[in-house]
Design a protein around this ligand. Structure first.
Ligand SMILES: [Zn+2]
Length: 452
């Protein structure tokens, strides 16, 4: 497919074009510029096989890189609404683990389809799915097949714990990771990849952490783990590891590096922050989940000032309760300011960078998270012609402070249109919602959770 969008605003990596054009050829961005597209490009697009009108007027639209949701648990779309008023550990024990254990394969397919549709509607084109239900091969394959079918870009971090509740044997974890790497890593034309996903330091042994991280490194894959989310969790590691805090313990095991994601990073000591910066480790910031579960405020402006890469994420729908990455940008901006009492903290460009290039750096990719010629055609067009946005003095400020997920108009992933004119093109959304309502109620009954 060759397509030229014209008369639109475009957020480049370090500048904004207020009126320009963008050409997509196949799965890549072929050209971007200010003003009208040159005649040579128009002639080139006319020569291609056309599935869509080859030149589209995109007046009042703002093109941004497809947002990278750097941490979620999509299956939790069937677990919304249980987090308010409960601590992290009460919520896990009383609700989430019971519901997860009762999920059938059909539940997983539907819940993940719903999560992916919601992600697209919130401007995300890449999703890092930290999957907590790996107990059968079929469950993880169902998630991967759903992403393959819908066309989103997905990283499945294979969740595991070899200690405590739902512990698996190290042999089973390693064998399943090896299987996933060989069957799925860099699959679907590079749209699907696999990561190592230990669930939390207090649920994992040193030996399995080292062996799985070594396996991931042999496959050029990342390792992704919840870290320092609450004070209670940090205290558990300190007690179990002879006084070492989680990041210190992981550093001593050789786990930190540019290929490691510390998800949350709310309660970090000065020493831990230095270790993250020294090793080039990413902190994945989940502002909504940290506020809903009253976990605390991650020191994001300070981490960025120290040179730590920060990616942005929704976390699972159970602790968010949504998947809207446009909203996450606004919350990250607000939280950055209130946590530092600095009105200059987290300007819109920095927030957008965290939601795009920050996520790409975390995934060690340079071909997504940016709009430039040669990059993958993962992009989102927002309709900025709305009463809650206009008149917009500065489009990046309007994006972060005014726009909502409902302003997402068109979504391209790998050059394919997954959503256009605010309609998702890859599923029958009304039928999906009907089916999800019915299945989620069945699931709650099977898990013994009372419905209001
Ligand atoms: Zn999480």
């Amino acid at each position: 497919m060759s397509l030229i969008l014209r008369n639109l605003a475009i957020a480049l990596p370090a500048a904004l074009i207020s009126n320009g054009y963008l050409m997509i050829d196949g799965n890549r961005i072929a050209a971007i510029g200010a003003g009208n597209p040159p005649q040579t490009l128009i002639a080139q697009s006319l020569g291609a096989t056309l599935q869509y009108p080859h030149i589209v007027d995109a007046s009042h639209k703002l093109a941004i890189p497809g947002l990278i949701n750097a941490h979620t648990h999509l299956e939790q779309t069937f677990m919304r609404g249980y987090s308010a008023g409960r601590s992290l550990l009460d919520w896990l024990h009383g609700y989430i683990w019971k519901l997860q254990a009762a999920m059938s394969l059909d539940d997983i397919r539907l819940a993940c389809t719903l999560g992916m549709v919601e992600a697209l509607r919130g401007g995300a084109t890449t999703i890092l799915q930290h999957f907590k239900l790996p107990y059968t091969h079929e469950h993880s394959d169902a998630v991967l097949q759903t992403a393959e079918r819908l066309g989103v870009r997905l990283v499945l971090a294979r969740g595991w714990a070899d200690q405590g509740v739902n512990a698996e044997s190290p042999a089973s974890i390693l064998a399943d990771l090896e299987r996933l790497f060989s069957q799925w890593h860099n699959g679907a034309g590079g749209r699907i990849s696999i990561a190592n996903g230990p669930l939390a330091p207090w649920r994992c042994s040193a030996d399995t952490l080292q062996r799985t991280t070594g396996l991931a490194r042999r496959h050029d894959a990342v390792t992704h783990c919840h870290m320092n989310e609450t004070q209670a969790e940090v205290a558990m590691t300190v007690a179990a590891q002879a006084g070492q805090r989680p990041v210190e313990w992981f550093a001593s095991l050789g786990l930190l590096g540019k290929d490691f994601h510390a998800v949350h990073g709310v309660w970090l000591s000065e020493r831990e922050r230095e270790l993250l910066a020294q090793h080039g480790t990413t902190v994945t910031h989940c502002p909504a989940a940290n506020m809903i579960l009253a976990s605390g405020m991650a020191p994001v402006p300070g981490l960025l000032a120290q040179g730590v890469n920060v990616a942005l994420a929704t976390d699972g729908p159970a602790s968010n309760d949504g998947q809207d990455m446009i909203e996450m940008m606004r919350l990250a901006a607000y939280l950055g300011r209130v946590s530092t009492l600095d009105e200059q903290a987290m300007p819109p460009r920095q927030v957008l960078d965290m939601a795009t290039a920050g996520g790409a750096r975390a995934l060690q990719r340079t071909d997504i998270g940016r709009l430039e010629a040669g990059a993958k055609a993962d992009l989102v067009l927002l309709d900025m012609n709305a009463a809650h946005i206009q008149p917009a003095g500065n489009l990046l400020s309007a994006l972060v402070y005014n726009a909502c997920g409902s302003d997402v108009d068109t979504v391209f992933v790998n050059g394919r249109i997954l959503m256009a004119d605010k309609q998702v093109k890859v599923v029958d959304e009304d039928a999906l919602l009907d089916e999800c309502r019915e299945r989620a109620a069945h699931l709650a009954r099977r898990a013994g959770i009372p419905l209001d």
